[in-house]
Design a protein around this ligand. Structure first.
Ligand code: COA
Length: 180
């Protein structure tokens, strides 16, 4: 098994479609098939500026994750964070260490970037606790949402950061965009 890291803008079409299919199998919300393949690939490659995709590959795609920079506003000033999202391993490959290797690759990329901390939501905090992450308890808002700027933009029960020893600020945090 190898982990490939590719900027989203440069992901080959077949890999982009495999990633979209694995995401949809994991979180069956909006069927990607409502768009043509070309439209799906275009949307995928333009998800957000500076986004990096991670592919766990054997003969086919077994796992997938993404990281992306974002500036957030805290009560101690604005900071650049790295978001983490779309972490998923195919049903039949779970429990074999692929998720750990994928997320470790994402965190190595954070460590070598100009961004000191990764922020994400999750429903599986115990998985991330083993990977040097810790929960944070701030109130999160999204001031860019004109309809409900005080609404929590996250939907999972747990918000966590990596690395666990990062000096994370207290107080309300403006995620400065949609949840992920
Ligand atoms: C969560 C997920 C990515 C884990 O991937 P995986 O390849 O099965 O996990 P690994 O085999 O690498 O497990 C690494 C360690 O985490 C533990 N672990 C795995 N899934 C866990 C879970 N759901 N809760 C708690 N611990 C978990 C494993 O027991 C293992 O521990 P060990 O090293 O002490 O043996 C995978 O189950 C998945 O795709 N789930 C559905 C989507 C999802 O919830 N993604 C996370 C979004 S934030």
């Amino acid at each position: 098994m190898e982990i490939l890291q590719i900027p989203n803008t440069e992901v080959p079409a077949n890999l982009a479609l495999a990633a979209i299919a694995l995401e949809y199998a994991t979180w069956p919300v909006k069927p990607p098939s409502q768009k043509t393949e070309a439209e799906q690939i275009e949307t995928y490659r333009n998800r957000s500026k500076g986004r990096q995709a991670f592919f766990a590959m054997e003969e086919k795609l077994l796992g997938y994750a993404e990281i992306f920079p974002r500036v957030i506003h805290t009560q101690s000033g604005s900071i650049k964070i790295m978001g983490l999202g779309s972490v998923c391993v195919s049903m039949e490959s779970r429990g074999t260490g692929i998720g750990r290797k994928l997320v470790e690759a994402c965190f190595r990329a954070v460590d070598t970037s100009s961004t000191e901390v990764c922020l994400f939501q999750t429903g599986v905090p115990d998985f991330y606790a083993k990977l040097n992450c810790k929960p944070v308890e701030n109130t999160f808002v999204n001031r860019t949402d004109p309809e409900d700027p005080d609404k929590n933009p996250f939907w999972d029960d747990h918000i966590m950061i990596y690395p666990a020893d990062y000096s994370w600020p207290s107080g309300i945090i403006d995620l400065n965009g949609k949840g992920y």
